[in-house]
Design a protein around this ligand. Structure first.
Ligand SMILES: Nc1ncnc2c1ncn2[C@@H]1O[C@H](COP(=O)(O)OP(=O)(O)O)[C@@H](O)[C@H]1O
Ligand SMILES: C[C@@](O)(CCOP(=O)(O)O)CC(=O)O
Ligand SMILES: [Mg+2]
Length: 420
């Protein structure tokens, strides 16, 4: 399989409640999204490793002797139980010709790639001679977990290529029944733990919720490394709006930390309150029938509102998100940011019977003015939470083009198969 190459994919996510607080040991509720990142790895003929990341404009290639020499020098620093050290990241930056302070999407993507490739091969095998391309249906840096989906794809492909995990397909097969023949629990845990290392390179101090949901799919509660899959979650309809305001999770997470250090007595109760919101939301969801009637919604809506205020208090709001909340409120709807905030995406809870269309929509304006700021395209998309978000009982492997052509609302665990 690794000799023939492989394609893997992993989903993005939406955080319902608990973003940022989860970095500080509180609970978060997250669900996998039907938008995915794909990775295709083909064995290369020459002694080279080539990587193409069209989403962040990267095309790089290194010769294997150079990578092996670098790996040899850094071998002692690859400790997967610890965050990658500053010295290790400096050495990788120097090798890749990335300036010391660079934090642009392409620089972080190359850094995470080099780190995972060298660290995984140092532990399990040789640096692969391969052509790797990663592409995504997810917007990058918009709160939908593109960094985690990228890291899960890299972890799964590199671990498989080094022989650390099995091939989920039998010889000659082109489709895999995910549950029957997919990776074992142990292999999934290994993928998740290496993806967490990749997230550490990109985010600095990730909680682990994003890589957990990109690895395991479905709906889950995450707290301090503990993953609990939510079995009984009703069908909720969520409108996802991308403000298209760029932001960096790493910068926002650092900002929250600084605020907590500056005003601990003020910020810690806010984090406790966000934690209580996640608990309350989980209780409400678990008490709701599969197809809930409107009387369940006022509490969920109020929790959205309260959490959005809290997220503004800890400094991760943005005028574009305020605008989303204001405009949706003028239609009687309740919204909050999702993911790191500071721009990116917001989610709006829809009651049953509201706007039945599943097509992307453009909002009408406030008092007749266009909702879209001039020159900006706001992406809106209806999402249904679950069943379409739940891990399908059997995920058939498809050609990437076929998967991309699907309606886009099938979420689940990473998939794997041979290249097209
Ligand atoms: N498809 C991709 N190819 C390469 N790098 C990616 C891809 N998707 C995400 N990344 C990396 O993840 C970073 C975005 O992560 P982050 O700021 O956490 O936002 P989010 O995870 O919400 O999309 C990008 O700057 C880039 O380095
Ligand atoms: C803000 C945070 O809670 C979620 C970040 O998600 P995203 O990278 O914005 O998709 C950070 C984390 O949990 O690691
Ligand atoms: Mg991220």
């Amino acid at each position: 399989m690794a000799e023939r190459g492989l394609v893997v994919s992993a989903p993005g996510k939406v955080i319902l409640h608990g973003e940022h607080a989860v970095v500080h040991g509180k609970a978060a509720l997250a669900v996998a999204l039907g938008l995915r990142t794909f990775l295709c790895l083909r064995p290369g003929g020459e002694e080279r490793l080539r990587v193409r990341l069209p989403g962040v404009g990267v095309l790089r290639s290194w010769d294997l002797p150079g990578l092996r020499a670098l790996r040899g020098r850094l071998e002692a620093d690859f400790d997967e139980s610890k965050p990658p050290s500053a010295e290790l990241l400096e050495a990788l930056k120097e090798f890749a010709g990335i300036p010391a302070e660079a934090s642009a999407p392409d620089s972080l993507a190359i850094l995470a790639f080099l780190y995972m490739c060298l660290a995984i091969s140092a532990k399990y095998g040789d640096v692969p001679s391969a052509d790797i391309v990663v592409w995504s249906e997810l917007p990058t840096g918009a709160g939908l977990g593109s960094s985690a989906a990228y890291a899960v794809c890299l972890a799964a492909a590199l671990l498989r290529t080094c022989g650390a995990i099995s091939c989920p397909l039998k010889d000659g097969e082109t489709t895999a029944s995910w549950r029957a023949e997919g990776w074992t629990e142990e292999e999934m845990t290994l993928i998740n733990s290496w993806a967490f290392q990749g997230e550490r390179v990109i985010h600095g101090n990730p909680s682990g919720v994003d890589n957990a949901v990109a690895t395991w799919g479905g709906a889950l509660r995450y707290q301090s490394g503990k993953i609990k899959s939510l079995k009984r979650v009703p069908t909720l309809r969520i409108l996802l709006t991308n403000t298209k305001v760029p932001r960096s999770t790493k910068v926002l997470v650092v900002g929250v930390k600084e605020k907590i250090l500056k005003f601990p007595a003020i910020m810690n109760p806010v984090l406790d309150s966000i934690d209580a919101i996640s608990q309350e939301c989980q209780s409400v969801l678990e008490a709701m029938p599969a197809n809930p009637s409107p009387e369940y919604y006022p509490v969920l809506e109020e929790l959205f509102d309260i959490n959005q205020h809290h997220l503004n208090v800890i400094g991760v709001g943005h005028p574009s998100l305020d605008r989303l909340c204001r405009v949706t409120a003028s239609h009687g709807l309740h919204s909050k940011l999702t993911g790191a905030g500071g721009g990116g995406c917001g989610i709006t809870l829809l009651r049953p019977g509201e706007c039945p269309s599943a097509r992307p929509v453009r909002h009408g304006g406030e008092r007749g003015r266009p909702f879209l700021p001039p020159g900006t395209a706001w992406l809106t998309r209806w999402l249904f939470l679950p069943p379409p978000w739940q891990t399908p009982p059997c995920w058939p492997w498809k050609q990437p083009s076929e998967i991309c052509a699907l309606a886009g609302l099938n979420a689940g665990r990473p998939t794997s198969g041979p290249p097209a």
